[in-house]
Each structure stands twice: as C-alpha cells, then as structure tokens.
Unconditional design. Structure first.
Length: 322
C-alpha cells in the first residue's frame, strides 16, 4: 500500500514537471521573442490556456506529500528550506506577473515582463538546486552553504537549459507560424547544454553516489531516450513528437530523485529514511483512497480537454488574455 501511494506521488510530481517545464521555459525565452508587443502577447498567449492547469499538478503533489508522507515532508522542507523559499518566491512572481501583465491595455508592461522572466529563472534554478540536493543527500540543517554544492549547482544550471529546451519545443508547436523557425533554432541551441547536463550528471553520480537502485539506471536510460526522441523530432520537423520527448525528459529528474535509493526515499546528514518510516498511518491512507482517485481523474480529464481545445497554433484570430 505504501509503495502504491509513493507511485501516485511520483505520477503527480512527474506530471507537474512534464507539463509545467514549458511554462518556465517560455517565460525565460520571452526576451528572445520580443519583436513588438503583439509578438510578446502571442508568445504568452500560446502558453496562456495551460499554465494554471499545469500548476495544479504541483498543488496535488504537495497535498499528497503532506497527507501520505508527513515525516518525509518535515525532513525535506527543514533540510532544504532555502531552495523551497526561493522556489515559492519564483512561482508567485511568475504566476502573478503572467496574470497581471495585460490586465490594463494602457499600462506599462516592462516590470511585469521582467517578473515573468525573473520568476521563471528563479523557479528553474530552485528546482534544480532542490532536486540536486535530494539526489546527493541533504546537508546538516543550518548549513546553508552546503546546499550550494557543485553537484546541486550543476543540476540548477541543467534545469535552466532543460526547461528552455522544453519551452522552445512547445513554442514550435503552439506559437504563430512566423515564430516557429526561431523556436526551432532555440530548441536546437539548448539541446547541447541539456545533453552535457545529462552526461556530466550521470557520470558524476555514477562515481559519487552509493547504494543506487536499479531504478536509477532505468530513469537515466529513459532520459537519454527522451532526449533522442526530442532531437529526432526537431530534425524531422515533427514538433509534437519532439514536445512529447521533451516532456518525458523534464520528468526524468524527478523520477530519478524518487527512485534513486528505493526503498530509501531520503538521505540527510548520513541518516537514511526508508519509505515505511516516511509514511502516515494506515487510517489516513484509507481516507486518501476516497478522495485521490476522483481528483486524479478530474485532473487528467481537464488537462486533456485543455489540450484538445487549444491544440492549434496561435494566429491573428486567437484571443490573447496575457
């Protein structure tokens, strides 16, 4: 039962990264598409119908973490307090700036544009730093500088490149036709640092990490396969295939962090937390069983309907709310 709920948490977390990664990628790439206010609004309009629905996956994952694995939540948020706080600041700044930027047609929008770009960048860096520390092991509580260790810093920079790649591929699918070429060029440009991140992080982790499970090798192999699908999709101008590959690729780091030492789910200051000790009481799982399946079903249906309704690229007839 505990393994089942851990898998549900993994599904929600991987779903969040697969979907929200292009939110932050588009935000960071916005200056590269600023050829006038109309172009900026079209770029944001490509993302507009999706970004709030994508964030719901994170809300659901955090809610399940609090309910199903409270002991893990306590240790993770205590040991990684700094990246969690910067992550929240980045998320709030990005989301608020997206929604407020075009609220008044006659207002100046430079500050909101900076909020979108800066919020997306801080969010990407914070997620990389957070997951990198989970992989290498959380440092002692209070040792703030240890959170910025070289391996975690590599992950922070890697996440910036990863989300930018995903955002560029997303724009190749959803942006106006005249911006597709620029999006594809950016996607190809970011492929190189993403590949470097995958190779260096995998090789470094192979020599530096102990007690690694076989699931880690599966997650790493899946990441390289997803990268290959992304590159082949770009080369063959099959941008929807490339988008699926980039979405799977963005989910792989979370999958790796969750399965790296399974059934140990967290290493902190030399202390290992196994899955059964991280979990809540069986009675709480019984309560969660009533709410989680219908909530997950609604989440999947809404996501599918959103994509179905907005599957075509933005054009001059599209409503632009952002």
């Amino acid at each position: 039962m505990t393994t089942f709920w851990w898998s549900v948490l993994g599904l929600l977390t991987c779903g969040y990264f697969a979907l929200a990664g292009y939110d932050y990628g588009v935000g960071m790439l916005l200056p590269g598409f600023e050829a006038g206010e109309r172009r900026r609004r079209q770029t944001l309009g490509a993302l507009g119908p999706f970004f709030l629905a994508n964030e719901v996956w994170l809300v659901a994952a955090v809610g399940l973490l609090f309910g199903a694995f409270p002991h893990l939540e306590a240790q993770v948020f205590t040991g990684a307090y700094v990246p969690v706080v910067t992550l929240l600041l980045g998320l709030v700044t990005f989301t608020a700036s997206m929604q407020l930027r075009s609220r008044r047609p006659d207002a100046r929008r430079g500050a909101w544009t900076a909020g979108i770009v800066g919020g997306a960048l801080v969010t990407a860096l914070s997620w990389g730093l957070f997951l990198g520390n989970l992989v290498v092991g959380l440092p002692p509580v209070g040792d703030l500088f240890a959170l910025f260790n070289p391996y975690a810093a590599l992950w922070a920079l890697g996440f910036v490149a990863l989300f930018c790649l995903q955002g560029a591929v997303f724009l190749a699918v959803r942006a106006p036709a005249e911006l597709t070429g620029r999006a594809v060029r950016l996607a190809r440009a970011f492929s190189t640092p993403v590949l470097a991140f995958l190779v260096i992080a995998t090789g470094w982790g192979f020599f530096a990490l102990d007690d690694v499970s076989v699931f880690a090798a599966v997650a790493a192999a899946l990441a390289f396969a997803a990268f290959a699908v992304t590159r082949l999709g770009l080369a063959g101008r099959r941008y929807r295939v490339a988008l699926v590959g980039s979405m799977v690729l963005s989910a792989c780091p979370a999958l790796l962090a969750g399965t790296l030492r399974f059934p140990t789910v967290l290493v902190s200051s030399g202390h290992a937390l196994p899955l059964d000790q991280a979990a809540t009481a069986p009675e709480t799982f019984a309560v969660l069983a009533w709410f989680t399946p219908p909530s997950l079903l609604v989440l999947l249906v809404v996501q599918w309907l959103t994509w179905r309704a907005h599957r075509r690229p933005v054009d001059q007839h599209s409503l632009l709310h952002f």
